[in-house]
Design a protein. Sequence first.
Length: 496
Amino acid sequence: MLTLRSLGTRSTSTKCILSRVKHARLHVSHRPQRADVSEQPVFPGNSHEDQESEPPESYIYPLAGPFSQSIPTYDLELPKMLLRDMCTCPQCVDPSTRQKLFSTAEIPPDISVEEVVRYKGGLQVTWLVDLPGIKRPHTSFYPQEVLDAIKRTGSSKILPKLPRRRYWTDSQFRAETADITYKAYMQDENVFFNALQQLHSHGLLFLKDVPEDPESVSRITQRIGPLKNTFYGDTWDVRSVPQAKNVAYTSQDLGFHMDLMYLKQPPHLQFLHCIRSSANGGASLFADSFKAVRYLWKHDRESFTDLERIPITFHYDHIDSHYYQQSRPLIELAPLNFDGKVFPNYRGLQLFAQDRIRGGWVKKLFNLEDYLEAVTWSPQFQAPFQLTNPHTQFFDRDLSERNEYAIRRWRTAAGRFNSHIHRPENIYERMMKPGECVIFDNRRVLHARKAFEVADAGKERWLRGAYLDKDPFISKLITLGHKKEKRFEEISASAK
């Protein structure tokens, strides 16, 4: 805690405050000193009744100087530039549109503070040097839950927590999940919210009793967000056709894969509605690729680092109609930002940490679940390894010289990944029936299909599909979670 000097009541003049804090220093203490203040201010979103229920006390912080770069709170210091940029008063954020009314680039470099007051419910800052055009006095208030969120997550935005991922085997998925009816998914908001949570935690969901018409998959998808349009269209059919340009449109075995890995932004969710099933064969298979990644992380760190740093190329090679190409590693991690540096892969971070403190730093701070973003696995559309830099597309002599070595390492690591996803205990198998729809995370859950017998014309196996991007999915999950939390708070308040 910071030692807090009692500066009297809020009536203390600015001149007096500045003269007393000009040379103040910060010290460590167990509790702040109390400054008796009889009234608390009314902040945006807080009623007089809410504030009167709190003890009428506050703490005025001794500043390190009106032009210091940070402002102390109880147990952390926040940059003044950050706090000024976070202000949500009506002068800074439009109450109706929720959009900023100023540009961060306009904040004066010499932004300074006149007064900082600590209330039970948060922190109040009155600005001395401020943006041009802002009416004085300009006071910002930061609720305690926002300060806590910054300390805990580094972000000031308090959002509903997303469900933790559950890595699963066949038996675990069967034990932890259940099918949902189409009617409940479409009409019951609680059931719909639970469905989205399962898609985030397990990446796989089945609906039953789906109307057997071609538009059902559109309605199911648009319950979450807009359809993702690709060169296949808004929706598409999976049927066996002659002279197919995609193995999915044959009756052959279709191995584990993910769709459209050759696009810059592959779809996040895939929807497949079974309208008509085959008489013999055609079972669908699913496996959790994240579980395989975690296995490599725990038991084969060398393979993990190779699959995370060596890029592979995917393409859709039909030059007469469409051509797409994209390079990415099999394991995709979120940006690795540590100690003011950004590392392109885990291996680089690991080497840096070993130079620092023998790797203990990374082991403590790097949690795989927090950084694992996606997996890329689509052998059917994998292109030859490239001798060009994937970022510049220019010939890379160093990469060329290392290419054979890199391919050998990647092949060994990919073989171990492939063996893990094909273990029988890791595969969930299901014979899709008419009226069922599967929804799965296309950047996590691998899907495959067994071969089937081709039926007579008009009776062939028929699935209708659609895609959805990640942004609308996460948006819907967060907004529904917020509504649920708000409803719970209202019920709790009315019960008191």
